[in-house]
Design a protein around this ligand. Structure first.
Ligand code: FES
Length: 272
């Protein structure tokens, strides 16, 4: 008949190994709220970051550089005094310099265990929520191309470390004023500080990080330092979802702050 695949006899939740329940699911709560909110939040970030990444403008307002454009690897970047202007791509790169660098954090977040859960549910309904059957007739998990590439996550984790390091450097540079004199701070400095703390917390709370730090050990007692580090990463790891959202929001806010300064919407309030 015209039954959707998940309701067809012998398929999906009607597989012989599953309990015979006619209803699509038995949940009576608003189970769709979380995946819908997740999809809306991710979509908002994708729209915003795509616009900013391709804009190729308004990403520098001394002494702040937008985290979307740091480091700047092409010659077409605006000069940032003391900033991460490393023109290794020279003059042949004509597109927005943000595209050269954003592939690394993008790959890191796209392959992140939490974001995978988020967009598998939010965008693919695979599954839509706990105990809600997915509408797809077959399921191959992450065993085939392209999803098998999710295994690259640990390598994206390695690239996320220097990226976080560079954003830390930018935060240090934010302790200057607009004339590049040291020992000052503005509201932007606070925005950058909050962002870098959240970026590091998200990065270090990564599941791959936890495994790299404390995985594959037979005896924790023989590796006291790694055990101690593993317990710290583990504590952060329990908050990985919250850190994923908080750092996504803070990195967009840091970029927006620089955009507003660069376009002259307002002046950075100085704290000292
Ligand atoms: Fe989320 Fe690694 S699991 S960043």
């Amino acid at each position: 008949g015209t039954e959707p695949p998940h309701l067809a006899p012998g398929r999906g939740v009607h597989d012989a190994s599953r309990a015979a329940i006619a209803a699509r699911h038995l949940r009576t709560d608003r189970w769709w709220l979380a995946p819908a909110a997740t999809a809306a939040g991710l979509l908002a970030f994708v729209v915003y970051s795509t616009w900013r990444a391709f804009a190729n403008a308004d990403y520098y307002a001394a002494p702040y550089v937008s985290p979307f454009y740091s480091p700047c690897l092409a010659e077409n970047c605006v000069p940032m005094k003391g900033g991460p202007n490393w023109e290794i791509f020279g003059s042949w790169w004509g597109l927005s310099p943000a595209l050269l660098i954003l592939i690394f954090p993008l790959g890191f977040r796209l392959t992140c265990y939490y974001y995978r859960k988020a967009y598998y549910r939010g965008f693919w309904a695979s599954p839509p929520a706990c105990a809600v059957a997915e509408p797809h007739g077959s399921y191959s998990g992450e065993t085939r191309f392209p999803l098998i590439l999710q295994n690259a996550h640990r390598y994206f984790f390695y690239t996320a470390l220097p990226v976080a390091g560079i954003l830390t450097y930018d935060t240090v540079l934010a302790f200057r004023d607009e004339t590049y004199a040291w020992g000052h701070a503005g509201l932007g400095t606070v925005v950058f500080l909050v962002n870098i703390v959240l970026i590091w917390a998200y990065t270090l709370s990564c599941h791959s990080c936890r495994h790299i730090v404390g995985g594959r050990l037979k005896h924790f007692s023989k590796h006291p330092v790694r055990y101690r580090l593993w317990t710290w990463v583990g504590k952060l790891n329990t908050r990985h979802m919250q850190l994923a959202w908080a750092s996504l929001f803070s990195v967009a806010l840091a970029d927006l702050y620089v955009y507003l300064l660069a376009t002259g919407a307002f002046d950075d309030p100085r704290i000292f």
